[in-house]
Design a protein around this ligand. Structure first.
Ligand code: PMP
Length: 381
């Protein structure tokens, strides 16, 4: 129950374990092409250009930054935690003049503050994180997408902890790049960096005046490959992660079979159940309120006097693996529970039960069963 890698569906793991074919074998070309098509559906971006690259989520961030930023370009980063700050570092590496608007820990930056900044300075790109995995804070992408269009600024959304878990309507919301990694709500073992890029962003990229500073990330190398696979033709630039792509095809099929609205609702219910369970146990959470709380993971604070290491290792002995804190400012004060992908009612109750056992073991007093009951009140409706 960590926020990625998540638990994977058996059908996805079976596809992953099947014989590795050539990257120009007909069945692989079909899998790659189908995956590109399905990404447009899952991202809800029919006119977008999908990219499937071998690498982790950080490569997806690197790819967006390397291709859309040139030396001296002004970039606004809206930071809600550790991963937004990482994005700022990547952008600086490609020469961007970065301004960071930092939210209070557990909060978001007000839309008016962002608009005020856009009125004062003409930015080329604006970057934000849908769910920052270090804080479990959820940002509403719609107003930021609208501001991007209003002020002619390209928007890049880090959706590593959200795509296929939190609602995303990339095209309708006017977001230029939505990127993720395979190991989270997309439900495929780690190793794929996935992006969908708007026609506007492709256009701006084509008009660059300097070459892209990263050879591997350069879309000039990858766009012809994506186009070839889309047309079900063989192609080669760098050997694709053949087995991961086979697994991606199966996982995207499962996601679309469940239905996007059903899947988003299921994640909302799961998130609400965890938050209710944790509150009933008296645990405060990093997100300042439910409106800014993610549905893909939760970030409860330890009650006073409870040490993270003692608690987490006891919970792990109960068979439930949770993650420690990540945001440097509050690292030892909280822990994280991932609940993306195929998490079901049994997983939620088992996790809350292990948390109750851990709290009891650490000498914390609470009403036994309160967490599980509060969660069940939400799950049983
Ligand atoms: N952004 C967010 C929001 C993340 O949660 C992560 C990974 N936890 C990353 C970026 C980086 O992804 P990766 O570890 O796959 O490089």
């Amino acid at each position: 129950m960590i926020p990625g890698p998540i638990e994977f569906e058996p059908a996805v793991l079976r596809a992953m374990g099947s014989a590795t074919t050539s990257h120009v074998a007909p069945n692989f070309i079909e899998s790659f092409g189908n995956s590109l098509d399905m990404m447009k559906s899952v991202w809800q971006c029919p006119s977008g250009q999908p990219f499937i690259l071998a690498g982790s989520g950080t490569l997806a961030m690197d790819s967006a930054a390397a291709n859309l930023v040139e030396q001296g370009d002004k970039v606004l980063v809206i930071s809600t935690g550790y991963f937004s700050d990482r994005f700022a570092d990547i952008l600086k590496r490609y020469g961007a003049a970065v301004k960071v608007l930092k939210a209070l820990t557990g909060g978001v930056v007000d839309t008016e503050v962002v608009e005020n900044e856009l009125q004062q300075t003409q930015y080329k790109v604006m970057v934000f994180t849908h769910v920052d995995t270090s804080t479990a804070v959820l940002v509403d992408p719609l107003p930021i997408g609208r501001l991007g269009k209003k002020y002619g600024v390209l928007t890049i959304l880090d959706g590593v902890c959200s795509v296929a878990g939190e609602e995303i309507r990339q095209e309708e919301w006017g977001i230029d790049v939505v990127l993720t990694a395979s190991q989270k709500a997309v439900g495929v073992p780690p190793g794929l960096a996935l992006l969908v890029v708007s026609p506007d962003a492709i256009d701006k990229w084509k008009k660059r005046s300097t070459p892209v500073g990263s050879y591997y990330s350069d879309w000039s190398n990858w766009l012809p490959i994506m186009n070839a696979y889309s047309d079900r033709k063989p192609s080669y630039f760098g050997t694709p992660a053949v087995n991961l792509v086979a697994a991606l095809e199966v996982s995207l099929q499962l996601i679309l079979k469940e239905g996007l609205s059903t899947r988003f609702e299921r994640h909302k219910r799961t998130g609400a159940a965890f938050r209710a369970g944790l509150s009933a146990l008296g645990l405060a959470q990093v997100p300042l309120n439910n409106l800014v709380a993610a549905n893909t993971l939760s970030a409860p604070l330890f009650p006073d006097g409870i040490s993270g290491t003692g608690f987490l290792s006891f919970v792990s002995d109960q068979g439930v693996i949770l993650a420690g804190g990540l945001l440097p400012e509050i690292k030892g004060k909280y822990f994280r529970i991932g609940h993306m992908g195929s998490v079901n009612k049994g997983d939620i109750i088992t996790t809350l039960s292990a948390i109750e056992s851990g709290l009891k073991h650490c000498g914390y007093s609470f009403i036994p069963g309160a967490g599980m009951n509060a969660a069940l009140n939400i799950l049983n409706v």
